[in-house]
Design a protein around this ligand. Structure first.
Ligand SMILES: CC(=O)N[C@H]1[C@@H](OP(=O)(O)OP(=O)(O)OC[C@H]2O[C@@H](n3ccc(=O)[nH]c3=O)[C@H](O)[C@@H]2O)O[C@H](CO)[C@@H](O)[C@@H]1O[C@H](C)C(=O)N[C@@H](C)C(=O)N[C@H](CCC(=O)O)C(=O)O
Ligand SMILES: Nc1ncnc2c1ncn2[C@@H]1O[C@H](COP(=O)(O)OP(=O)(O)OP(=O)(O)O)[C@@H](O)[C@H]1O
Ligand SMILES: N[C@H](CCC[C@H](N)C(=O)O)C(=O)O
Ligand SMILES: [Mg+2]
Length: 486
């Protein structure tokens, strides 16, 4: 595509003039630039992309998009906000891919990864080719691609959607993080369905207040189409039991459907039965009622299932087929994942890294446990510090044997993070073991028949970041090794 043609999508008040090279790709990382690329300079949290413009030109950039004039030998297009412009350009360059597939976005503090996997399974079972974008990976059909963020920035995102369209994906399901909504990573995404799981404390390092965090989440609903196009209706799926849903309902013109347990909802779970091996309930939808027998555990799993079923129903999947698909799901990696190596106690690895998720998982365990409950838990560095004392309190409230350890300390001093956890539980009974491997081994060594060991916070992660070094680390493998050593 010619540069001038591409720039038209920015609708400048005064047209950009100048040379008109052929643009073969768009990049925001100078290391990925090739002959003919348009290099977009983004001011990041760590470095300023403008500093890499000369290097991008050396690597073959045919033009540069920047927020100020630059002394380089290729055309420089100056805009006020390159991050905003990147979303528009990416959407145009890749042929507006989200208008060519069905796009379902899932937001909320907890349950996004789980719900997206449940929904993907329902759609794939119907014979649809699906795409998935989220915390664990991006998936196109059966192919998985490694990712860094839960929701990538706009350029990667639109490139991925383009690839999905090329490969025949009919529906893409994606996790939409509050960071992504706030930073405009999803500008240009034309969602058909927006799903809300729940809102509890996380990410206050970034959003500062819960009100701001909620406002960021609400963008998914306010940005959901504002027209009643007959052929492409838009739906907002809201959690009737979460107070934030009222604001999201007000934010959207889309058709609203609700799900829930406590409050009246369009899809409602009643007659719930929970055991240590599964959960069952009656799904009431309109005048109809269906029994649902899940292999998933805990009340929070019912919410994720209801969210996925609601999104499936508005996507024209017959409800009984959606239920059959969900009943076959054994779980999602790193979410309430059992580690079995022949031991006579239960070991669970779970991605709970917020106060609410930790409380939910521990309450679920407490419901079934009749012996000791160990929890090995830490808090990530360079992330919301205010959750540290709260998570420690929850660990002490619901577990008989709390062990505080490191999660991903990142640039922080591991013991300083642990001190902030301890500040919440003065006088309580707990132990601190900075080294995560040692902490897991200690819990497993001490566990006796019938006890439960919960290893929380890192779930599917296969690394531990300490300082700038990323070490291989997988809670599931470490737990297995510890069990085998007994
Ligand atoms: C705070 C934040 O969101 N940071 C994101 C941001 O990084 P940054 O601002 O530090 O980027 P930077 O390194 O300064 O680079 C600026 C520009 O220079 C370019 N550059 C940089 C270096 C170089 O040699 N050459 C070059 O051209 C970069 O490509 C970029 O365009 O842009 C990066 C690229 O898009 C993101 O990967 C990165 O996410 C980091 C890893 C992160 O941890 N983000 C978290 C807070 C986050 O976004 N989390 C949410 C929610 C998770 C959840 O709850 O599920 C998520 O969606 O992941
Ligand atoms: N609906 C829910 N409500 C509360 N807690 C939940 C819910 N679903 C899952 N959890 C807990 O939260 C943890 C993370 O779940 P999941 O990965 O599905 O959430 P997520 O929203 O994708 O998280 P992230 O923001 O880190 O990507 C699970 O391991 C479990 O402990
Ligand atoms: N998506 C979450 C991941 C947290 C996982 C936890 N293991 C940590 O490193 O803090 C976040 O960015 O807050
Ligand atoms: Mg996730």
């Amino acid at each position: 595509m010619k540069l001038q043609q591409l720039l038209k999508c920015l609708h400048p008040i005064i047209p950009f003039k100048g040379e008109d090279p052929e643009i073969t790709s768009i990049e925001n990382d100078n290391r990925k630039v090739q002959n003919g690329s348009l290099f977009i300079c983004i001011k990041g949290y760590t470095v300023d992309g403008h500093d890499f413009a000369s290097s991008a030109v050396k690597n073959g950039a045919a033009a540069v998009l920047a927020e100020r004039p630059l002394d380089i030998d290729v055309p420089v297009v100056v805009v006020k906000d390159t991050n905003r412009a990147m979303a528009v350009l990416a959407d145009a360059f890749f042929g507006q891919p989200t208008q060519q597939l069905r796009l379902i976005g899932i937001t909320g503090t907890n349950g996004k990864t789980t719900t997206s996997h449940l929904l993907e399974k329902i759609l794939a079972d119907r014979g649809q080719k699906t795409g998935l974008i989220g915390t664990m990976y991006t998936k196109i059909g059966e192919k998985t691609i490694e990712t860094k963020n839960t929701t990538p920035e706009s350029l990667t995102l639109q490139k991925t959607f383009h690839q999905m369209v090329e490969e025949g994906v009919e529906t893409a399901v994606m996790e939409v993080s509050s960071h992504a909504l706030d930073l405009g990573r999803v500008h240009g995404c034309d969602y058909d369905v927006a799903v809300f799981t729940n809102l509890t404390q996380d990410h206050l390092d970034y959003h500062k207040t819960m009100e701001e965090y909620k406002r960021a989440k609400s963008l998914l609903f306010s940005q959901l189409g504002n027209s009643y196009e007959v052929g492409r209706p838009k739906f907002a799926i809201l959690n009737a039991d979460d107070a934030a849903s009222a604001m999201f309902k007000r934010s959207t013109a889309a058709h609203v459907y609700t799900y829930g347990i406590e409050e009246k909802a369009d899809l409602q779970a009643v007659n719930i039965q929970m055991t240590s091996s599964g959960t069952s309930f009656d799904l009431v939808i309109g005048q109809e009622q269906y029994r649902v027998e899940l292999q998933l555990i805990g009340k929070f799993s019912i919410y994720n299932v209801l969210a996925a079923l609601s999104a499936a129903v508005v996507s024209d999947v017959p409800i009984h087929e959606a239920i059959t698909s969900i009943e076959a799901v054994k779980g999602v990696a790193g979410r309430f994942e059992l580690v079995n190596a022949g031991q006579n106690f239960t070991v669970i690895v779970d991605y709970a890294h917020t106060p609410d998720s930790l409380e939910n998982v521990l309450k679920t365990i407490q419901h079934f446990a009749n012996k000791k409950v160990f929890v090995v838990v830490g808090c990530g560095g360079d992330r919301d510090r205010t959750k540290r004392p709260l998570m420690a309190q929850i660990a002490c409230r619901y577990a008989s044997n709390p062990i505080f350890t490191s999660d991903n300390p990142r640039s922080e001093e591991p013991m300083a993070i642990l001190k902030e956890m301890e500040a919440g539980v003065q006088g309580e009974d707990y132990i601190v073991i900075e080294d995560r491997k040692e902490a897991i081994h200690t819990a497993i060594k001490q566990a006796e028949a019938g006890d439960v060991v919960l290893i929380a916070g890192k779930g599917h992660e296969t690394y531990q970041q300490i300082g700038n070094v990323i070490h291989d680390f997988d809670d599931r493998l470490v737990a297995r090794e510890a069990i085998e050593e007994r």
